[in-house]
Design a protein around this ligand. Structure first.
Ligand code: HEC
Length: 135
């Protein structure tokens, strides 16, 4: 009986550890950002930066397209196209491809802030998005 329980536990825990593939991508990205100068990551800072409105080219923020609630659909303010939620809890495809994340950080930071994000800002955004996924 004991052995049976052990096998059951193994069978259940192995697939669970694989289903966290997304977090591995995030951990790798966070390591990259640390080597690029990011210090302690701060989800609250990420949240504030997400909502902060920049006025250089009209009112722009990350929330303009992605909204403040990351579990909801967003809408591209220029093309009006729907954008799927950022939270991995409702959209498991998010944060599963490091190249994609970096590509969009680059494009979206330039569009929103008029400059690229720092490694620190990117790290903060990542933990903020991850945190919003656990609510
Ligand atoms: C003008 C609209 C717009 C703004 C503003 C915007 N984004 Fe995006 N973002 C998009 C679109 C479009 C995509 C790609 C389509 C998709 O993945 O649904 C995307 C994708 C992303 C992704 C990829 C996530 C993944 O794993 O799929 C990240 C990360 C991201 N945005 C972060 C940000 C951050 C941080 C800001 C603020 C600096 C921001 N975005 C501002 C439109 C926007």
């Amino acid at each position: 009986m004991k052995r049976h329980i052990l096998i059951m536990t193994l069978l259940v825990s192995i697939p669970l550890s694989f289903s966290h593939a997304g977090s591995t991508v995030v951990n790798d990205l966070l390591k990259d950002y640390a080597t690029q100068g990011a210090g302690t990551v701060d989800a609250e800072q990420g949240k504030q930066m997400w909502q902060k409105v920049f006025n250089k080219n009209g009112e722009r923020s990350c929330a303009s397209c992605h909204t403040k609630d990351l579990t909801q659909n967003g809408k591209h303010i220029k093309t009006n196209r729907d954008i799927k939620p950022m939270s991995t809890s409702v959209n498991p495809e998010r944060l599963t491809d490091g190249k994609k994340v970096n590509k969009w950080f680059k494009r979206n930071c330039k569009w929103t802030f008029g400059r690229e994000c720092t490694a620190q800002e990117k790290a903060n955004f990542l933990v903020f998005i991850e945190k919003s996924s656990k609510l």
